[in-house]
Design a protein around this ligand. Structure first.
Ligand code: PEP
Ligand code: MN
Length: 332
């Protein structure tokens, strides 16, 4: 249940209303949703009389029982596309943001080599996993806190922002300390307890689509984060599993204009995970940008053949410039 308040009410009235509702449900959550004050009641346990008391409160504009699993992230709720700043960088419509970097942070030399190249090419965001969700327990699992420190240091040396993955609630505060943007990977897109925790984090969330997630499930995952207090979300199409396994995943390019119809949130594409093969990254990055993507995430590595994870889908540093020229030209 969501409660919107009259635009004229003061912050003292808003607080008072929140206390009034808390007598019925202590879990009431007050959100500043992109400039609009909203109250969210996660439990939905109110009686008819209690709902009526709220509806008739002088500060309340309306009480909404969302008809679908997502509401605050929908186009009906907010028609204009959302954009927000991350430090001195803007994300959203009319931007073409680039996130590039290795699948995993492997060493100081590796991440500094990548950061230097990204700065030369005016890329704003460096990526690199420090906690890696690997299919096999025998594969490289990431450098953990040491990796976070290295990517932060490299980003600071070259004026970049850090995007890195949170794999579990237990590492959320560790990652939030070093990252500018927190990535939620495909495997965690429906980890609802983690999504709820992200609500209290004052950093943007990069929410990748689950590999078998329907569009409404993906938007519902974004809704969990917004309704719990964090409206700064970037969606990322990273390929889904279909009957065809000729490539690692099937990049669902049509999801990009579809998301733009259904939601006001920025949408990026990740053609690295979307194909699994570096040969197809540039054409699929172009396809995603042509379809309206607000940004691209791509895996790059100084020596992809020696990468400790996802080498096959990582491009070399010298190929990045060509890819960027191709996609930036599409926008000019
Ligand atoms: C990644 O970005 O390295 C990653 C693990 O992505 P995904 O969650 O999309 O598989
Ligand atoms: Mn990867």
């Amino acid at each position: 249940m969501i409660i919107t308040v009259k635009p004229s009410i003061t912050s003292a009235d808003f607080k008072e209303l929140s206390h009034f509702i808390a007598q019925f449900d202590e879990s009431v959550n007050s959100l500043n949703f992109l400039g609009q004050n909203v109250l969210f009641l996660p439990k939905n346990t109110l009686s008819k009389e209690q709902v009526n008391a709220i509806e008739t409160h002088s500060a309340v504009e309306k009480v909404v029982f969302p008809p679908q699993a997502y509401q605050l992230c929908s186009k009906e709720w907010r028609n204009e596309p959302t954009s927000f700043s991350i430090g001195n960088t803007q994300v959203g419509p009319n931007q073409l943001s680039i996130i590039a970097g290795p699948c995993a942070v492997e060493s100081e030399e590796q991440i500094f080599t990548v950061a230097k190249k990204l700065a030369e090419l005016n890329v704003e965001f460096i990526r690199g996993g420090a906690y890696k969700p690997r299919t096999s327990p025998y594969s490289f699992q990431g450098l953990e806190t040491e990796g976070l420190k290295l990517i932060r240091k490299a980003a600071d040396a070259y004026g970049l922002k850090v995007v890195t993955e949170v794999v579990d609630r237990s590492v959320l505060d560790d990652v939030a300390q070093y990252a500018d943007v927190l990535q939620i990977g495909a495997r965690n897109m429906q980890n609802f307890f983690l999504l709820k925790e992200l609500g209290r984090i004052d950093k943007p969330i990069f929410l990748k689509r689950g590999m078998s997630a329907k569009i409404h499930e993906w938007l519902a995952a974004a809704e969990y984060i917004i309704a719990n207090g964090n409206p700064r979300i970037i969606l990322c199409e990273r390929g889904i599993r279909t009957f065809d396994d000729s490539l690692r995943n099937t990049l669902d390019v049509a999801a990009i204009p579809l998301i733009k119809d259904l939601s006001h949130l920025p949408i990026f594409a990740d053609p690295s995970h979307g194909t699994g093969n570096r040969k197809y990254i540039e054409p699929m990055a172009m396809a995603a940008v042509a379809a309206g993507a607000d940004g691209i995430m791509v895996e790059v590595h100084p020596n992809p053949d020696l990468a400790l994870s996802d080498g096959d889908q990582s491009i070399e540093l010298r190929s990045l410039e060509k890819l960027l020229n191709s996609i930036r030209n599409l926008r000019n």
